[in-house]
Ligand binder design. Structure first.
Ligand SMILES: Nc1ncnc2c1ncn2[C@@H]1O[C@H](COP(=O)(O)OP(=O)(O)OP(=O)(O)O)[C@@H](O)[C@H]1O
Ligand SMILES: [Mg+2]
Length: 411
């Protein structure tokens, strides 16, 4: 990085956008119905002693983890539920899941000495050292040794009960356990059986642990668990997360840029919301590009269109696999793709062959069938139910194509 760039970045301060992290509470927008439901039918019920299980489902990058974090924050503030947030991304069996939950329990409020004291005392066997600033070093050996003892439904309930009994002394009314990124472990049939056992064991015990269990994953994983163990279908209240409305996106961009003292002119806002197409991950990618491009604290049309061009490459690089990426970059397909994108508009995931056909030149028409076959083979497209309908399997590929078309239009 050149000295000049470095000093520019220093002047800018931190970007409020982060495409890879759940959004901070202050910038969270939309989802009001879903949040209300989780708070009232979930957190509120648990605080009165009744366990609840929720499955937050939605496509990749749509905002599941953000909903989990946001509701954990408010459930603690308003209902005194103790948050434990465990990512199971690295887990494929129940032992590694138990280990992830133990680690997550240690991390809750780790930096707040007053709050985390009880946990550290309870889990002292696993704490190697606590730094002056509250950073915990975990004894991984001890954790690995004991995790297998927690890998059954009954043992994990007992563990959570003991934890809750201690936390109760501080006014805690229940535990809010999030199991995020379940995509890997959901393949393991033992996980589905474990979940059913875990929820039933708690429900039938004399004194159930007031537990809000929240799982986050794509719908297809939930279906997979049901195939592995049919009763899983009935244990969760399902919350579906969908795309954001233009008003919600505008609210997000206004708040995010306002937090770094930047303004957004109306035309720029139109482009930001148009290209984000309701998709929170793209809002952050596009916002981030615009943040770094702008030089005068006022985001205008030109800054935004330049940001679209940069974000297009970023989307391709990050989310579109190499083989697909290379095919989409081929010169032959470029003009066809731009017309497909134009026909579809943002946010839509399908198109009708004859609609696109009518806008193609003779030489494009000749390549169009080949293009469709190749895209089908790469599993980018599949046939829909309507005649001549093609559907994008991966939203990110569709977003990428849409961005690329914008790039061609505003070079
Ligand atoms: N309600 C929201 N308001 C503003 N930004 C959001 C919102 N929800 C999600 N985001 C942002 O969108 C991106 C994706 O969100 P998140 O990680 O929560 O999605 P996810 O569905 O959990 O993704 P994955 O499938 O990768 O686990 C992040 O940059 C996050 O900050
Ligand atoms: Mg997530």
């Amino acid at each position: 990085m050149s000295v000049q760039n470095e000093s520019q970045e220093l002047q800018k301060g931190a970007s409020p956008f982060n495409p890879t992290q759940p959004v901070p509470v202050e910038l969270f927008v939309g989802r009001s119905l879903e949040i209300d439901r989780i708070m009232h039918r979930g957190a509120g019920q648990v605080a009165t002693g009744k366990p609840v299980a929720i499955f937050v489902q939605g496509e990749y990058g749509i905002g599941k983890s953000s909903v989990a974090k946001f509701t954990q924050y408010y459930a603690e503030r308003d209902y005194s539920l103790w948050p434990i947030y465990a990512s199971l991304a690295e887990c494929s069996d129940l032992t590694s899941m138990a280990e992830a939950i133990l680690k997550a329990a240690l991390r809750t409020h780790a930096f707040d000495k007053a709050l985390s004291g009880i946990i550290k005392e309870f889990l002292a066997d696993y704490v190697e050292n606590i730094s002056l600033f509250g950073q915990i070093t975990i004894k991984t050996d001890a954790l690995k040794r004991d995790a297998p003892n927690l890998a059954s439904a009954a043992d994990l309930i007992d563990f959570l009960r003991s934890l809750y009994e201690r936390l109760k002394l501080t006014g805690c009314k229940g535990i809010f356990l999030v199991l995020d990124e379940i995509n890997g472990i959901a393949d393991n049939p033992k996980f589905a059986h474990f979940l059913k056992g875990f929820i039933d064991t708690n429900a039938v015990s004399k004194k159930p642990v007031p537990l809000l269990l929240m799982l986050c994953g794509v719908e297809e994983r939930r279906r997979k668990m049901i195939r592995n163990h049919e009763p899983v279908e009935r244990i969760f209240d399902i919350i579906s997360i969908n795309t954001l409305s233009p008003e919600e996106m505008a609210d997000f961009f206004t708040r995010a840029f306002d937090s770094v003292n930047m303004t957004v002119d109306p035309k720029a806002m139109d482009y930001l919301t148009l290209y984000s197409a309701g998709f929170p991950k793209i809002m952050h990618l596009l916002g981030d590009e615009a943040f770094w491009l702008d030089k005068d604290g006022k985001l205008d049309e030109e800054d935004t269109l330049r940001a679209v061009v940069l974000a297009a490459d970023e989307v391709g690089r990050r989310f579109v696999n190499e083989q697909v990426f290379n095919s989409l970059k081929s010169k032959d397909y470029h003009s066809i793709l731009a017309k497909v994108a134009k026909e579809m508009g943002p946010g839509s995931t399908s198109f009708i062959k004859s609609d696109v056909m009518s806008s193609l030149t003779e030489s494009e028409k000749k390549k169009f069938n080949n293009f469709l076959q190749r895209m089908k083979k790469l599993k980018v497209l599949r046939s829909g139910e309507r005649k001549g309908e093609y559907i994008f399997n991966m939203r990110m590929v569709q977003v990428y194509i849409w961005f690329q078309a914008g790039k061609t239009e505003h070079p």
